[in-house]
Design a protein around this ligand. Structure first.
Ligand code: GAP
Length: 450
């Protein structure tokens, strides 16, 4: 079976059964829009983040990382436009009280209230079936909190709705401390919070998310070429580094009513999730919107003087932004395969080895002490020499252990048998081909490509 047939239920069930993703506070019935990552989920997510950081920060000498606070001065979000404009259109049901995203209900990618009102004039509430929906209106998605002991208007603050905010406010700090000239970029990986009206589709739309974002500060006359450069970066990263299949991604250009309030142009890469082609990664041309607004709100001069062209301008920004969880869901969807082997179903996650949660599983054929001793040594040496996450498993039959490793996407299993005690050789089994070959223990690390 190809990955095209994966259902949401299959994915959720595999993620739970194998320890990738659990419902947050599951024993209390969970909380909509919040998820916990289990032992393999955290490995996969960390590997994805490392891969992005390497490609984005280390491989672009003019891109620097930061890690900003989740709570910032609320003026930041006034200047960014989030207090006034970070909204989704919603309708309330006057009968049962349910709230729905108006654009989802209308089945369109639009935030035009007039258009939505027209489309929904005869719509019924999906929960109670009554035609008692209010007209669409905007609802702010920022999560509020209070800083300090007094809970009044003066202490209101927000959990950041995107990581970009502290990148803009640190623009000058980073430029100065790195002695950079424009163009240069600032990258950040971190949590963001959105009070989504209808969190849904597993980890696709959540209320606590993690983003990998990069803002690239440029002169206004290179907007087009830099926009194209960062669009290509996203595309190549997904295909060549993450290893997604080409037929599962496509471009989607935002129309006028779909673009975020700050963007002059926006192209998303859509991925074929189990629920259809949906947004995975956005590249936006934010023009001088952000630094311009922060200058106005803070009174600080953030303009840049270019000594070559002898001109002063407000830096423009090209933004690259992708959700970590959403990318993880794309990886799981893309990697999921079912095959028939010897009359039995084999579920295998064909995850690119570089992001696979476990790189190698060491599997002694028996629990006999002499085999355990050698196997433990092989395992310890491998962990130390490769620095990878390696698993040791001596429970159950070898067939069941292979199946388990296949389901979590482990690219290599190393089996140790009684011959290994005398000939110093072990068997490597490759996940995708299931081919086995015997290699010397000393040459194990050189025989796997991760
Ligand atoms: N700074 C720009 C920004 O935040 P966005 O299109 O709202 O733009 C960027 O979000 C990316 O973050 C999306 O392409 C998606 O991958 C991820 N994302 C956004 N909202 C999300 C949510 N509620 N749940 C999971 N991921 C989300």
């Amino acid at each position: 079976m190809s990955n095209a047939e994966v259902t949401l239920e299959t994915l959720v069930s595999l993620a739970k059964r194998r320890g990738f993703v659990f419902q947050a506070s599951e024993i209390y019935g969970g909380l909509a829009g919040f998820w916990d990552y289990g032992p393999y989920g955290v490995e996969l997510v960390n590997n994805i983040k490392q891969l992005w950081w390497r490609a984005m920060v280390y491989e672009n000498s003019e891109v620097f990382g930061i890690d900003g606070a989740i709570i910032q001065n609320p003026k930041l979000w006034e200047a960014s436009g989030h207090v006034a404009g970070f909204t989704d259109p919603l309708v309330d049901c006057k009968n049962c009280g349910a709230r729905h995203r108006a654009d989802h209900l209308a089945g369109v990618d639009s935030t035009d209230l007039k258009e939505l009102k027209e489309l929904l004039k005869d719509a019924a509430c999906p929960r109670c079936g009554k035609k008692t929906l209010t007209e669409p209106r905007f609802y702010n998605m920022m999560m509020k909190t209070w800083v300090g002991p007094v809970e009044d208007d003066s202490s209101v603050a927000y959990l950041r709705p995107e990581t970009a905010g502290s990148i803009f406010t640190n623009y000058e700090n980073v430029r100065e401390t790195t002695r950079s000239k424009i163009p240069f970029g600032i990258a950040q990986i971190g949590k963001a919070f959105r009070n989504e009206i209808s969190p849904r589709d597993f980890i696709f739309r959540v209320r606590e998310l993690e983003q990998m974002e990069m803002q690239y500060f440029i002169a206004p006359d290179v907007q087009h070429e830099q926009y194209e450069r960062w669009r290509s970066f996203a595309w190549e990263f997904l295909l060549q580094r993450v290893g997604l299949s080409k037929e599962n991604i496509q471009w989607h250009e935002h129309g006028d009513t779909e673009r975020a309030f700050y963007a002059a142009a926006a192209h998303d890469i859509y991925f074929k999730f189990p629920q259809g082609f949906k947004e995975l990664w956005g590249t936006h041309n934010r023009t001088d919107y952000d630094l311009g607004n922060h200058m106005q709100m803070s009174g600080k001069d953030l303009t840049y003087f270019d000594d070559q062209t002898r001109t002063r301008f407000t830096p423009n920004v090209i933004e690259s932004s992708v959700g970590v969880g959403r990318l993880m869901m794309a990886v799981l969807t893309d990697a999921y395969h079912e095959e028939e082997v010897d009359g039995e179903k084999r579920v295998v996650l064909k995850i690119s080895p570089v992001i696979a949660p476990v790189k190698i599983a060491v599997l002694p054929l028996s629990k006999k002490p002499e085999l355990s001793e050698l196997s433990r040594k092989v395992y310890n040496d491998l962990v130390r020499s490769t620095g990878h996450n390696i698993e040791y498993d001596e429970t159950q039959s070898i067939g069941k252990r292979y199946r388990r490793q296949d389901e979590i996407g482990t690219p290599y299993c190393v089996t140790i048998d009684f011959d290994s005690l005398t000939d110093g050789m072990v068997t490597i089994r490759e996940r995708d081909s299931m081919q086995q070959r015997r290699v010397k223990i000393d040459e194990l690390a050189a025989n796997v490509s991760i």
